[in-house]
Design a protein around this ligand. Sequence first.
Ligand SMILES: [Zn+2]
Ligand SMILES: [Zn+2]
Length: 265
Amino acid sequence: MARIITQHAYLLLWQQGFLLFHTGIANLSPMKTLHLSRPCILCDDACQSAHCLCDACLKELPYLSSACASCGLPIETSTHSDICGACLASPPLRLKPDQQQGKCISVLHYDSPVDYLIKRMKYHNQLSIAQLLGQLIANKIKQTAYPLPSEIIPVPLHTRRLQQRGYNQAAEIAKAITQVLDIPLNLHICKRVKSTTPQFDLPASERVSNIKNAFALSTQLQSKHLALVDDVMTTGSTVWELASTLLQAGAIQVDIWVCARASTN
Ligand SMILES: [Zn+2]
Ligand SMILES: [Zn+2]
């Protein structure tokens, strides 16, 4: 019986991509930690660490080392400001006097193999990738001195797309972030009320109008400091539309946390 339970527990771990397993059943001592070796999603080598990528592939991801704190695009490390010239000249969000400019945190360049990982996560149920990407975001945030928000809001999918896919990848990433940073996740305050054409299918010039008025809130926000979470930021139209909606509803600051930033606006 104990053997069957052990096999079942292993299967569960492989399916869900959990990294650590604490249990008192199946002849394991309480709080014992299991590390399971599984193939790396990118190179098929065995993963020695608790991630879905081997240590070598994890190390070689295209990390974004220096980026504008407003739009997330790469910025010269020699500049004195953490805001790029374009954002200084024209901030992406219009703020009231009592509102603060949110911080944009992006971890990776949207480049190979990140595009492959995002597609596997988004369209092939590989949610262990969301777990890893969420941890990378959380670790980067821990390295900053930025004040933390009181709640995290994943960019919602329209109900129809959520039903087709079965999960919202942004919510899965956000769940992994909350596990590290211990900030509550708010999955219910915001809905996507407009079924939009996928932004990737549109030229940059049409993305702003496509996403306009796509989100609706169920309540006012009473000076809350919030963070939005999404997988990829390309032109920024989606996250800035949602951030604007939150600011109009009374949020005092909206940070934007994304896994990957495309390098062209
Ligand atoms: Zn690998
Ligand atoms: Zn900028």
